[in-house]
Design a protein around this ligand. Structure first.
Ligand code: ATP
Ligand code: MG
Length: 450
């Protein structure tokens, strides 16, 4: 992409309505624009990162054997009356009537609708296990939408639902989700810690929330510091293996890590004092096992091997895809702007031309641009006739992890400058070597985007 032809409405001033750094930087970097309280237009740069996150979630869900589909955002109230949640859900549910006076709602989550699809089409134990999921907009009429996309009213969420024949199978699905979520967050350059949580209106005994530690997080959390040494890394896992998934769950959940809702001071105090941590965290996902609650209420059973009906054990699993943008920025920025992890960056490398219009500099930039594009990478070429300082400030603000600076003086010596956004370190090297280096860096991070 050439910056002169892109739509990147960066703001020079700090927007006064933004209380936390991620909100401020998303507005300043031209990623989002507020349309109403908690409702945002996704401008091209924001949309690009959102798509990348979505793609990672899809890839990791499909890898775990889960099947993507898509539900409508508007649902009939009748399904929710069946499950008993229509009246109980409260003011967060946006309710409306169509022209015939039928009660409708904008889906805040979709247990009912997935259970409905399941009962309409699955009749036999032979069709199980089954996990269906979607990534779709949700609406919750939050009393206090704030912090930009972190607590929106309209937000983008992955929600998955497992259908199993027994509690044992459903707990395997629970563990499988935990593993797939660990992989997902790590690919986004995030450490998200599974913490024992409270099941709230969805119900059930088994639930973990995934939290990214950040001062601006809304949840108070308590954990054993040893947990932050764990990482999933690039280990291979067989998602069908009950033992392997169980082992990962045990590894990542055996140490103390809880939100304030489930915090137990006495247990916490058994950890050696130097390892006890109290901090704040951003909830980026949650997994639940809730048994037969919905399948009972909505009469979703299948025929078992002996011809008798078997009640379905279910769980649901959510990732806050749009909230993740804010969480990543909270975890990765400096005073000049965002610092995208390689796995989610909107463009892989920025090219800054110090002397636009200079024949040699222009040609060198074009050649770099073509080499990256041919390698399947997305460069952002700042080809505007602007001062170098302004170009650097924009690149720093939008946070591309790598920048190549091209100028007549360097080119005389056959070199360009390659700069890391994270460390600020620069090196001079021939253009071909800079290209090679960038391609190598992204070899393990490639996600198809827009
Ligand atoms: P919270 O406690 O933050 O209100 P929740 O527990 O009600 O969230 P879930 O039903 O578990 O949310 O939804 C799954 C995920 O969707 C959450 O882990 C969170 O990342 C995201 N999410 C929930 N509410 C919002 C919101 N208002 N804006 C953005 N993301 C949200
Ligand atoms: Mg939750």
């Amino acid at each position: 992409m050439r910056l002169s032809r892109y739509f990147l409405p960066v703001l020079k001033e700090n927007p006064s309505e933004a209380q936390i750094v991620s909100h401020r930087l998303m507005l300043r970097a031209g990623m989002i624009k507020q349309q109403s309280a908690g409702i945002y237009a996704w401008l091209p740069l924001g949309f690009k990162v959102l798509r990348k996150l979505e793609n990672i979630v899809h890839e990791e869900q499909i890898r775990a054997g889960h099947i993507p589909m898509l539900m409508p955002t508007l649902q009939s109230a009748d399904l929710w009356r069946e499950s008993g949640r229509y009246d109980g859900y409260g003011e967060e549910m946006l309710r409306m009537q169509d022209r015939h006076g039928r009660d409708m709602l904008y889906s805040p989550t979709a247990e009912e609708m997935f259970t409905d699809v399941f009962r309409a089409h699955v009749n036999s134990y032979k069709d199980l296990p089954l996990t269906l999921y979607q990534i779709q907009w949700k609406f919750r009429d939050e009393i206090r939408p704030r912090f930009g996309v972190m607590r929106g009213r309209e937000f983008y969420m992955k929600d998955g639902y497992n259908f199993d024949l027994s509690k044992e199978d459903a707990l395997h699905a629970y563990n499988r989700h935990l593993v797939s979520y660990l992989r997902t967050y790590e690919r986004m350059g995030l450490q998200a810690i599974p913490m024992r949580a409270d099941s709230g209106p969805i119900g059930g005994d088994y639930t973990h929330e995934f939290l990214v530690l950040a001062e601006t997080g809304e949840s108070e959390v308590f954990y054993d510091s040893e947990i932050t040494d764990l990482s999933f890394g690039d280990r291979e896992i067989d998602y069908d293996s009950v033992e392997q998934c169980q082992a990962v769950l045990e590894e990542f959940t055996s140490r103390y890590a809880r939100t304030d809702e489930t915090h137990d001071e006495a247990l916490f105090n058994q950890i050696p004092e130097e390892r006890r941590r109290t901090a704040r965290g951003i909830e980026v996902g949650q997994i639940f096992y809730f048994g037969t609650q919905y399948s009972d209420a909505m009469n979703a059973a299948v025929q078992g091997p002996d011809g008798k009906p078997v009640q379905i054990h279910m769980g649901s699993h959510g990732i806050g895809v749009s909230r993740l943008l804010g969480a990543i920025i909270e975890a990765s920025h400096d005073e000049n702007g965002i610092i995208w992890p390689e796995g989610v960056t909107p463009f892989h490398v920025g090219i800054v031309n110090l002397k636009q219009g200079d024949e040699e500099a222009d040609a060198a930039c074009e050649a770099l641009y073509d080499s990256f594009t041919a390698a399947g990478l997305e460069p952002l070429y700042d080809d505007r006739k602007e001062r170098a300082g302004g170009k650097f400030a924009t690149m720093d603000l939008i946070g591309l992890p790598w920048r190549i600076t091209v100028g007549p003086r360097g080119l005389k010596n056959g070199v360009v400058e390659l700069t890391s956004r994270r460390t600020g370190e620069s090196e001079e090297l021939p253009p071909e070597q800079a290209v090679e280096k960038i391609i190598k860096i992204y070899a393990n991070h490639r996600v198809t985007g827009l």
